[in-house]
Design a protein around this ligand. Structure first.
Ligand SMILES: Nc1nc2c(ncn2[C@@H]2O[C@H](COP(=O)(O)OP(=O)(O)OP(=O)(O)O)[C@@H](O)[C@H]2O)c(=O)[nH]1
Ligand SMILES: [Mg+2]
Length: 248
């Protein structure tokens, strides 16, 4: 017993139970109702988030057509601002788009649900990966009506599209910043280049929203006109792909 204490190691006795302290029973721990409530609320919260997430994913995948629209144009002409105006009806302060970015929008067109993928890229980077153009259904080529070099450089973008994009891509040239008075490119000049390259043309303002929805309406209508054209076009690989991808 060593020093005469209660230690068990040397053959001593266990101390007598203290009547003050409750006897612990590991088989049935007493549940704390407060703790259970918190647990239930947390579980309910997680399940609700999961259900909402599933609903959103289903909504985004539940479309009749998928259209890829790409934006081209020099830095600062307003590509990102046009997308912001169209998606959120607001304008964002200037920031350089870094690399590539795309945003989705679901719209109703002739009672069909269309998922639009709007591809944005930084204008200063002239070397574009060919994947940017791949399977694009439409392109919006933007210039700034107050900055002539951006209008001159459009020929570069139109050439790039011809070399890299699907043959049947729908095109629209958009002269942005219509709200400004220091114009350096006339409307006639814009129309002339559009005629030369057989594309649509429109002047817009991402700042005020002038003609923003029309840009997309014209483009989408042209894309569907292309899809509905003669069966010869169906033989084209990109169209087959488009048809199988778009018509669910
Ligand atoms: N006044 C006016 N300013 C505009 C308009 N659209 C864009 N801006 C401004 O022009 C600047 C450049 O716009 P962005 O949309 O970032 O240009 P971007 O073409 O995406 O530029 P990068 O990403 O560098 O290629 C921003 O300060 C915008 O607020 C417009 O219609 N009118
Ligand atoms: Mg940008």
């Amino acid at each position: 017993m060593g020093d005469g204490g209660w230690g068990l190691g040397d053959g001593g006795l266990a101390p007598p139970p203290n009547p003050q302290s409750p006897i612990p029973n590991p088989q049935s721990p007493i549940p704390n109702p407060y703790y259970i409530n918190i647990k239930c609320i947390f579980l309910f919260f997680i399940l609700s988030i999961k259900a909402l997430y599933k609903k959103i994913i289903n909504m985004l995948n539940n479309y009749d057509y998928l259209l890829k629209i790409i934006f081209l144009g020099e830095p600062g002409v307003g590509k990102t601002s046009i997308i912001y105006r169209y998606l959120y009806d607001s304008i964002q302060s200037y920031y350089f788009t870094i690399g590539y970015d795309f945003k989705n929008k679901l719209i109703d067109f002739n009672n069909k649900l269309i998922k639009m993928q709007l591809w944005d890229r930084v204008g200063s980077e002239h070397r574009i990966k060919s994947s940017y153009y791949k399977k694009a259904n439409g392109a919006i080529i933007v210039y700034d009506i107050c900055y002539r070099p951006s209008f001159i450089d459009m020929k570069y973008w139109l050439k790039e599209i011809k070399e890299n994009a699907p043959e049947d891509i729908s095109l629209i040239i958009a002269g942005n910043k219509y709200d400004l008075s220091e114009r350096k490119v006339t409307e006639e000049e814009g129309k002339k280049i559009a005629e030369e390259y057989n594309t649509y043309f429109i002047e817009i303002s991402a700042k005020t929203g002038h003609n923003i929805y029309q840009v997309f309406d014209i483009l989408i209508k042209d894309i569907f006109d292309n899809i509905n054209k003669s069966s010869i076009k169906i033989k084209n690989d990109s169209i087959i792909d488009k048809v199988s991808k778009c018509f669910k």
